[in-house]
Write a protein that binds this ligand. Structure first.
Ligand SMILES: Nc1nc2c(ncn2[C@@H]2O[C@H](COP(=O)(O)OP(=O)(O)OP(=O)(O)O)[C@@H](O)[C@H]2O)c(=O)[nH]1
Length: 213
């Protein structure tokens, strides 16, 4: 099994920790995805994120417990080229050391796809080690306003970029769980990739509480 660098794992007893960074252009639904996932809540009003928010839920996937650190970033101008640049901008802190990236775009906004294209390139150029990336097309409920055919994006992402691709609707909680499950599995966390297990996440912030299925 190949584990991401920096990933803490102990086979006997200890709970693992995964750092997950969520990136994307303004208003694509990053916060909505995280809050729907962790708290089953959704806010129609748009409150632009000014700072990074960090959540520390615990997850049980296929009988293995994991601590997650989910970092919801405000839109960043570019992926920091080094840790010094990262520390110079509080909004970016932690982005460099993530074990995996969720890059979100809005299926109705072409520019938001261009944004994640650029960020992905910058991640590849900057990170020395291969880090799992999953591409997420959000606002699937607004399908009639889609700007790039799904097949085109899916082919590009899966065949050329070799990344996972999930479309979801944070508004209707459609495929939100699926995207986190795919991500954890791509991180080699599941140890049982072929089991169709449900994952259940604790409401964030308290590491000592953890929900089982
Ligand atoms: N129709 C629809 N609207 C959504 C969906 N997800 C988020 N929104 C709306 O899109 C707006 C932006 O959502 P946020 O979650 O704040 O987006 P964000 O990417 O965190 O935005 P920043 O703070 O700019 O980084 C809000 O008004 C949400 O209600 C979705 O799946 N469908």
């Amino acid at each position: 099994m190949h584990w991401p660098a920096g990933y803490q794992s102990r086979r006997h007893g200890m709970v693992s920790t995964f750092k997950i960074a969520i990136l994307g252009a303004q208003g694509v639904g990053k916060t909505a995805i995280v809050r729907q996932f962790l708290f089953n809540e959704y806010n129609e009003a748009y409150l632009p994120s000014k700072t990074r928010r960090v959540y520390l839920p615990a997850a049980v996937l296929n009988e293995h417990a994991h601590n997650l650190q989910i970092m919801d970033f405000p839109p960043i101008a570019s992926f920091p080229v080094n840790t010094l640049q990262e520390w110079a901008d509080a909004r970016c802190r932690g982005v460099h050391s993530a074990h995996a990236y969720i890059l979100v775009y809005d299926i109705c906004c072409f520019d938001s796809f261009e944004y994640i294209k650029t960020i992905r390139q910058q991640i590849l150029q900057t990170r020395m080690i291969e880090t799992p990336i999953i591409i997420v097309g959000n606002k699937r409920d607004l399908q009639s306003g889609r700007v790039i055919p799904r097949r085109n994006v899916s082919n590009l992402v899966k065949k050329s970029w070799k990344c996972g691709y999930v479309e979801c609707s944070a508004k209707y909680n459609w495929h939100v769980l699926l995207l986190f499950r795919e991500l954890l599995q791509s991180m080699g966390c599941a140890r049982c990739k072929h089991v169709h297990a449900a994952i259940r996440f604790q409401g964030a912030l308290r590491r000592d509480r953890c929900s089982l299925m």
